[in-house]
Design a protein around this ligand. Structure first.
Ligand SMILES: *[C@@H]1O[C@H](CO)[C@@H](O)[C@H](O)[C@H]1NC(C)=O
Ligand SMILES: *[C@@H]1O[C@H](CO)[C@@H](O)[C@H](O)[C@H]1NC(C)=O
Length: 291
């Protein structure tokens, strides 16, 4: 299936297949095949997970300013600050977080639709690397992630992501960049927007899990054996604003009605985030320590 997708993409200008994208994207695995022994409390995701019972989520939206990444100056990972790439991924997701060390209630046979931005600190060069915009859909095992080729984004830009699942028709996802000067996305004109690109509708089919949606900050898995999460960058606070979930029955929710999760990785110093929800908002701070 993946081969078919990449072949069909040959003519598409707005998406690049995983094989042609930066290392981070190839590594964006969610599959739980080879799960190592891990402490139950370990988690690669911070943020808020909104769930419904007997109700379908029809859309999720969230806006955030792209954070600036740094090398950590404290904790176990700081020892290799000059040899390591540090990263953090910020995304909005409709469907389960199914995969290892996730808080998801969606079965791992169901599909997810998500888009986000990865930011990187290159410890070797001692520089911030260009952020990377991507979208992903399918089941954890399908792991089909694509870059938004040519989507310009830098630290400080205000980005909005909206995923929609109509009762009939294909689900869609949209990423918009309002630039560094916009205070809010609502009512503003995006500087750039990337519409649903290849494959989202056809390949999601009916398998999208509509009982979960989330706003997430993640230390994504690297494609290594044994599998390890990327070294989490230090980063300026990530604040999701203008966030809303809508459901088929007409409910509207935000992070105050969601389950909060934290990144917790013993090898990187324990608890690495502190998440707080407010009406219409969600803040994720990089911290160090605790469990
Ligand atoms: C999917 O979930 C089932 C039940 O929790 C588990 O046994 C199986 O290993 C999982 N498969 C993958 C690929 O993660
Ligand atoms: C992250 O950067 C802030 C601001 O410089 C600093 O106070 C904090 O200790 C850093 N955290 C880590 C883990 O390096």
């Amino acid at each position: 299936m993946k081969t078919a997708i990449i072949t069909a993409l040959a003519g598409a200008l707005t998406a690049v297949p995983v094989s042609a994208s930066p290392e981070s994207l190839r590594h964006r695995g969610q599959t739980g095949g080879q799960q190592r022994q891990r402490r139950a409390a370990e988690s690669i995701q911070a943020g808020a997970v909104y769930s419904t019972v007997s109700d379908d989520i029809t859309s999720i939206t969230g806006t955030f300013r792209v954070p600036d990444p740094f090398a950590p100056t404290a904790g176990p990972t700081s020892a290799s600050a000059d040899r390591t790439t540090f990263a953090v991924s910020i995304y909005v997701s409709l469907g389960g977080l199914a995969g290892e060390a996730s808080a998801s209630a969606c079965a791992n046979t169901t599909s997810t639709l998500r888009a986000g931005i990865d930011v990187f600190w290159d410890g070797i060069g001692g520089t911030v690397m260009a952020p990377f915009a991507w979208y992903q859909f399918g089941t954890p095992a399908e792991n089909t992630a694509f870059g938004y080729a040519g989507f310009g984004v830098t630290g400080g830009d205000l980005v909005r992501i909206t995923a929609t699942a109509a009762e009939t028709g294909n689900p869609t996802i949209l990423i918009e960049n309002f630039g560094p000067d916009a205070k809010v996305a609502s009512g503003s004109t995006p500087r750039e927007s990337a519409p649903p690109t290849y494959g989202v509708g056809d390949n999601l089919g009916a398998s999208l899990c509509k009982s979960e949606a989330s706003w997430i900050v993640e230390a994504y898995w690297l494609d290594e054996q044994p599998r390890v999460p990327v070294a989490l960058a230090n980063f300026t606070d990530v604040t999701f604003t203008e966030l809303a979930v809508k459901t088929k029955s007409g409910k509207t929710g935000d992070a105050t009605g969601a389950k909060l999760v934290e990144i917790n990785l013993a090898a990187q110093g324990g608890l690495l985030t502190k998440t707080a929800a407010s009406t219409g908002g969600l803040q994720v701070k990089r911290v160090l320590g605790g469990a």
